[in-house]
Design a binder for this molecule. Structure first.
Ligand SMILES: [Zn+2]
Length: 345
């Protein structure tokens, strides 16, 4: 692929420069890669470490002829990955664990990571969990709790929330009281699997990426109030596809992401109220969306160049992050091929 020397329009700052993409991510290139794969309002996040290890967070939906598993397998191939070393399931809802059976037909999976048994017991939940459990029993299964660290090399993946519990200690850089808690009231306990989401902080040198799955509002408050246990992050994977029963100001304002990536679908997530909280977050430089959000309308969607899949039929474009240990990183919209770079702080 032809590389081009980036041109720097005068109107752009040095901290964020648009350049043309230089081709797909490759494993073992010394960068940390995080690809938000489009699974139409579910989650599938492929992480490839600088040494080429892989961790997939969730598997998207079932059905549609294995659409989501196929998209994940394609993303893995593009990244030079032949097997998934770790599959982390945030929780057992269909848009997260639903694609696991189809995925296992396409890629070998090493270790399965989860929060323990499914808390939901209706017929659909039982079926989804049984399918997962039978696959996990063929490999290695790791049930984790807050404070546990996933054994990846060169990066640190620390579990912050699991099965309704959260870390008690403060992470480095955290610990200050969280003023954003003052105006935020609980919404009421959430008995669903969402509240049991496995959430983690991925650290590569100075770079920090936060993914809390579909963790809901009251659990965010338990984690983030009265002290901010996490500190600031560089990239925030917007919780719960951008629904407003997650993404409380107590969380978003405290972690102060430079970049937010929302894995919404056209008709799922992207709630105006949550969108506002993220958009107004104090240190936010850019907000990226996997989809145009119908709920957001003209007022609550980012500019087209920050949307991987605009309104209408889509081809499952992803939003890809590549990070260095000095804290600098880039974000690529794979539809437009445009990359935006963020200098180290
Ligand atoms: Zn979900």
């Amino acid at each position: 692929m032809m590389r081009r020397i980036p041109l720097v329009p005068a109107a752009l700052t040095l901290a964020a420069i648009f350049v043309l993409s230089t081709g797909p991510a490759r494993a073992d290139d010394g960068l940390l890669h995080i690809s938000s794969i489009d699974v139409e309002g579910g989650q599938a996040t492929l992480i490839v470490t600088p040494s080429g290890q892989s961790m997939l967070v969730d598997t998207g939906w079932p059905d549609a002829n294995g659409r989501d598993a196929e998209r994940i397998a394609t993303a893995a191939q593009d990244a030079g990955i032949r097997h998934i070393d770790f599959l982390l399931i945030t929780h057992y809802h269909m848009d997260h664990v639903g694609g696991v059976t189809e995925l296992a037909k396409r890629l070998p999976i090493g270790t399965f990571i989860d929060h323990g048994p499914d808390a939901e017991t209706d017929a659909q939940a039982k079926k989804l969990y049984a399918a997962y459990e039978s696959l996990a029993s063929t490999g290695k299964r790791l049930t984790v709790k807050p404070g546990d660290v996933i054994p990846l090399h060169g990066v640190k993946v620390e579990i912050l929330t699991s099965n309704g519990e959260h870390i008690q200690s403060l992470l480095p850089g955290a610990g200050r009281t969280n003023p954003a808690c003052a105006d935020v009231k609980p919404l009421g306990a959430d008995p669903s699997e969402n509240a049991r989401s496995l959430g983690f902080l991925l650290t590569y040198g100075k770079f920090r990426f936060l993914d809390l799955g579909d963790l809901t509002w009251d659990k965010e408050l338990e984690l983030m109030c009265p002290a901010n246990r996490i500190g600031r992050v560089d990239v925030y994977l917007v919780s719960h596809h951008g629904m407003d029963i997650s993404n409380s100001p107590a969380l978003v304002r405290a972690v102060q992401p430079r970049v937010a990536i929302m894995n919404n679908g056209e008709r799922k997530g992207g709630s105006p109220k949550a969108w506002d909280v993220i958009e107004k977050s104090p240190a936010l430089e850019d907000f990226w969306q996997l989809h145009f959000s119908r709920a957001g309308g003209t007022e609550h969607n980012v500019a087209d160049k920050f949307i991987a899949n605009p309104e209408g039929p889509d081809s499952g474009y992803s939003i890809d992050v590549a990070a260095r240990s000095d804290g600098s990183f880039s974000v690529t919209n794979t539809r437009t091929g445009v990359t935006r770079r963020y200098a180290a702080r």
